[in-house]
Design a protein. Structure first.
Length: 412
């Protein structure tokens, strides 16, 4: 039996084989959060690189295994505490206990293990770069100065080069002490502020994202208030009039049947008029402006880091068709945001042969399947009720395409 080795055949084959490493979808903000946590581990680089280079004695003899094990265990404890500080800073919580505990670990390691500024002395700047994430600017200056001073006191510069890697981190000549010390002071001063800048950038992005969500919630709330206000204005007066006339008819029913019948006729007219007004209000509420929806969805996509291009016909379309296409755009945008990792999205609307064709194409197919969400089923039923069709699936390699064909006369 021949095997289809074409691109389409390979996609079908890949759907039969489950992915060994399923990819978890993350929003741009979530990815930025992970990158922020990763970049804030600068202090851990300082905490490990220096001490690992000084595991040998100045005379080139290796340290006892027990000392090495204790040093590595201390570094592991410092790493755990440091990462707890970083996660607390990113989450916006407190970690004072971790700051104090990591300072104690760093001091104990520098006290018990012989070293110089470029070995165990780097624990001080490493601790300061983590503590600065949860402190004010003035406190950051204070802990940077104190940590640097303590590190230089417990691990002073040495002018005694040893063999191997130690020669790189020791000062080979007395004249080189001050230049090396200047570089060390520069690193100790820059590390905490580099971390603070990265954390500030993350907080700005998070604040912008929270502001966007708040604006969306506010827009929904305002729309609900608008509709409730309109409904009250339409129905409140009419229902009050119906209630009053009904009471009058009840009072007159025993004494003046003719007058009571006239009042009930007026009640019937008011009730029909109110029903007509309610239907008009609901119909207007359910009608979606296609142009406004396209602008809103384009803004949402671009705010999520997805470059969006839009092509629409110059002529206006019937209200029902435009509303239906607006629902297609909304559902397609939801699928792009929830079920893809797209960077580019194209929206095209073309009028042809008495119908309208809308295509949404994005380059964010996950794997080779590219199926959208379950909302497409309901959308297909909505479009099919007007005589249109909806198709969704992979287009060109790596692309997902949503295509809706709606007849111009198919207004709901």
């Amino acid at each position: 039996m021949p095997i289809d080795v074409s691109e389409k055949g390979m996609r079908r084959l890949a759907r039969l084989v489950p992915s060994a490493f399923p990819r978890k979808q993350r929003s741009p903000v979530q990815r930025l959060r992970r990158m922020t946590v990763f970049s804030l581990t600068l202090g851990l680089v300082l905490a490990w690189v220096g001490p690992l280079s000084a595991l040998g004695d100045p005379d080139g003899q290796p340290r006892p295994p027990l000392v090495v094990a204790a040093a590595v265990l201390g570094l592991v404890g410092f790493t755990v505490l440091y990462m707890r500080i970083v996660r607390a800073a990113v989450a916006g919580t407190s970690a004072r206990g971790e700051i104090v505990a990591s300072a104690v670990v760093a001091v104990v390691l520098m006290l018990t293990l012989d070293g110089h500024p470029w070995s165990w002395g780097l624990l001080g700047p490493a601790w300061a770069s983590g503590a600065a994430l949860l402190l004010s600017r003035s406190a950051t200056v204070a802990v940077t100065v104190v940590a640097t001073a303590v590190s230089l006191f417990l691990a002073p510069p040495r002018v005694d080069p040893g063999p191997g890697l130690a020669e790189v981190f020791l000062v080979p000549h007395p004249d080189d002490v001050f230049p090396a010390l200047g570089v060390y002071l520069g690193v100790a001063a820059a590390a905490p502020w580099a971390n603070r800048f990265q954390l500030w950038f993350w907080r700005m992005v998070r604040a912008a994202e929270e502001g966007k969500e708040a604006r969306a919630r506010l827009a929904v709330t305002e729309e609900r208030l608008r509709f409730s206000r309109d409904l009250h204005d339409l129905v409140g007066h009419s229902l009050s009039a119906i209630a009053v006339k009904s009471e009058v008819a009840v009072r007159l029913s025993g004494t003046d049947a003719t007058r009571a019948a006239e009042e009930m006729d007026e009640v019937r007219v008011l009730a029909r008029q109110t029903l007509k007004e309610i239907r008009a209000a609901v119909r207007g509420y359910r009608t979606v402006d296609l142009a406004a929806e396209l602008r809103a969805m384009t803004a949402v996509l671009e705010a999520s880091g997805i470059r969006c291009t839009l092509e629409t016909p110059p002529e206006a379309m019937p209200e029902g068709t435009a509303t239906l296409l607006a629902w297609v755009v909304r559902e397609g945008t939801t699928n792009v945001l929830r079920h893809s990792s797209a960077t580019v999205c194209r929206i095209t609307i073309v009028v042809r042969e008495g119908g309208v064709v809308l295509e949404m194409t994005n380059d964010g197919v996950n794997g080779l399947d590219g199926r959208g969400g379950t909302g497409l089923v309901g959308l297909s039923e909505r479009v099919a009720a007007t005589g249109g069709t909806v198709t969704a699936g992979p287009g060109c390699p790596g692309e997902f395409r949503l295509r809706a064909t709606v007849p111009l006369e198919g207004e709901s």
